[in-house]
Design a protein around this ligand. Sequence first.
Ligand code: ADP
Length: 158
Amino acid sequence: MKIAIYPGSFDPITNGHLDILKSAAEIFDRVIIAVAHNSNKNGFLTVEERVGLIKQSITGFSNVEVDSFSGLTIEYAKKHNAEVLIRGLRAVSDFEYEMQLSQANSALCSSIKTVFLTTKPEYNFISSSTIREILSNNGDISKFVPEAVNTYLTKMKS
Ligand code: ADP
């Protein structure tokens, strides 16, 4: 049973995240989306809201679940017997940070590997921060996020 953790902020989850997730769910037996309680980042949504929206967005996947965690991702992965961390790569600009992160995680626990996945080109530019920016300027986010997220955020804004 190959278990993979897909860690991140997911503030909010986007169609880009979902596309990565779809690939991960095809490759691994079980995928856990792990929403990080990040003390360095001021959240837009609470972790509970993010987890709730993810739950509503992953109903089509039978081997994916969602959870939240504090502390080191690698410790969370060990606790759940995961062998793999999933990260997504968009542009070259993601690469340096993601490379450092994966090497740091590997130095902490060499048996847990980071696997990088990419999205279809049409999802490549989508980031949670872009969604927040479009929303704050009253733009239409419906094409970029799961339906539950669009409904929730549009209602929140009005
Ligand atoms: P973090 O704060 O950990 O970067 P995010 O929620 O922003 O959390 O992203 C989680 C992971 O998903 C990261 O590896 C990020 O690169 C990846 N990701 C997010 N959006 C996309 C996208 N559109 N295409 C590919 N990967 C993505």
